[in-house]
Write a protein that binds this ligand. Sequence first.
Ligand code: VAH
Length: 315
Amino acid sequence: MKKILITGAFGLVGTDLRKALQKKYSSKAIVALNHKTSGINYGEIVEHGDVRDKNVLSKIIKKHHVTEIYHLAGLLSVSSEKNPSLAWEVNLGGLKNILDLGVMHKIKIFWPSSIAAFGPSTPKDHTPQHTILEPTTMYGVNKVAGELLCQYYFLKHGLDVRSLRYPGLIGYNAPPGDGTTEYSVHIFYGAIRNKNYSIFLKKDARLPMMYIDDAIEGTINLMNAPSKKITIRTSYNFAAVSFTPEELVKEIIKFVPGFTHDYKPDHRQRIADSWPRSIDDREARKDWGWKPKYNLSKMTKVMYEGLKKKLEQSK
Ligand code: VAH
């Protein structure tokens, strides 16, 4: 019987992934590992622990006879810059614990990389799968090292570990994390609550983005694809749409007439400047049939309507 452990289960991706996997399998097929975050519980089994503690992870895997792991726990770009040592311990130390346990217990693993693996020397437009990876952030260093670690465990141990280079993800079931692309989530809270938001990036800061439903469907499809179809064992380029804050504002105003905003670029602009503007994900489309469903206007509509309903219900 499939038993899926999700680490970082109460974050932006983890929350929607739990919901989707429970719908696909059952609530008892899911073990949600929580570190400190509170969040919606969809009836799954919840365990508490820190991914830096290999013994705790090992006990949970044995207790529940885990067959798959979606390892999402980690620090994002901004928090990794604030605390680089913690980022190294959690993002890489935690990943290596999961990979070691994966080999020991013959577990299939998903781990998210990010467009943060690219740096200023990477081609900015239609960034190819195989290119220069010289990130200038600790988060990006963690992602490049993590990708190579995953490929090493596949080549040396035959571990079936799969990965996607997530773009900026947008969803409303869980609060946004401490990231750079998260302006695109916070802006909806500001528009709905106050009809105003101050954007911490420049108006023309074009970044690769994706609605959370596309990300979850692509992640599950990758994990369920036959192993022989997987030709990339570092991490797949994975894309849907690229937009600027200015373009997003124009879409939001269609739902919030009179929405006011300004641009106050801060330290996060330097991070955004080091990332690509758009991604070429032809390998994902060819190998396992990736195809996004949400463009900017469709994403804006579902995000606005979903978050508005959620905030009204929580009053
Ligand atoms: C961040 N949302 O901004 C994350 C993501 C591609 C960016 O990894 O840190």
